[in-house]
Design a protein around this ligand. Sequence first.
Ligand SMILES: Nc1ncnc2c1ncn2[C@@H]1O[C@H](COP(=O)(O)OP(=O)(O)OP(=O)(O)O)[C@@H](O)[C@H]1O
Length: 286
Amino acid sequence: MSSTRPAPPPVALVNPANRNEGAPRGDDEQVLRLEDVNIFYGDYQAVRGVDMTIGRHQITALIGPSGCGKSTVLRSLNRMNDLIPGARVAGRVTYHGEDLYAREVDPIEVRRRIGMVFQKPNPFPKSIYDNIAYGPRVTGMRVSNMDELVEKALRRAALWDEVKDKRKQSALALSGGQQQRLCIARTIAVSPEVILMDEPCSALDPIATSKIEDLMFELSRDYTIVIVTHNMQQAARVSHRTAFFTAEVDEQGERHGRLIEYDTTNKIFTNPAQKRTEEYITGRFG
Ligand SMILES: Nc1ncnc2c1ncn2[C@@H]1O[C@H](COP(=O)(O)OP(=O)(O)OP(=O)(O)O)[C@@H](O)[C@H]1O
């Protein structure tokens, strides 16, 4: 951020009454920032010393070999690690400059503003309509017209045309790709600013994957997206910036995830600065 740029307006993570406020606007604004982030599961340090920023309305891909800490880092961005017994995040993770881990911050509000879509589509065993209405209801959002909200979320997730006549039917009857778009619609329904996606296409066929990729690109006009993917072609196709992680072995023989290189996706895939990045993207290791 340039020193002349005015600071973004504070975002109330603490006060749920402000949840319907629009997201602050600004082009290359940083939405999330990690500073010397270290993540532990009990005594085991899974991730070491990560520094990176996530820009607004960008798709940021986290790539790297299995076990290098991509999902762990992703979960630190909306305090999902809080739900894992023994997990602990040290260092600073800020959202528009606010410490996400400050004592007074409400993790529920964090997860509403920074939503998450998982690897395996996980709709609730409820109707399509109720899957979308669930979040607004439980978070106490003031909604004047729920039908409209449901329609908007389904349209936004490119699912409306396929389900408009069966909104009262079970979400479990949808195909895997439709279920994943429903999960995206469910995330969108509570008006987040950021959507975290943990390998959202790994359980889907190529056609469903391509629909989700198109959707991600479309959504990046309004949302900031961070995606973990094993699929390098996918990272290259959809993301603006790519972070390459790998696991390093310390003197005691323990493996710790490290961020090796973070740059524009074009740079990472055409002219990476680090040899390890090049070896990984050319398939020589990992
Ligand atoms: N809930 C947990 N409890 C203990 N250790 C964990 C837990 N989740 C992950 N780990 C460990 O932390 C390290 C990083 O795991 P993580 O799942 O973040 O890696 P990843 O890069 O996302 O892997 P993959 O690509 O295989 O999903 C691994 O050594 C893993 O075994």
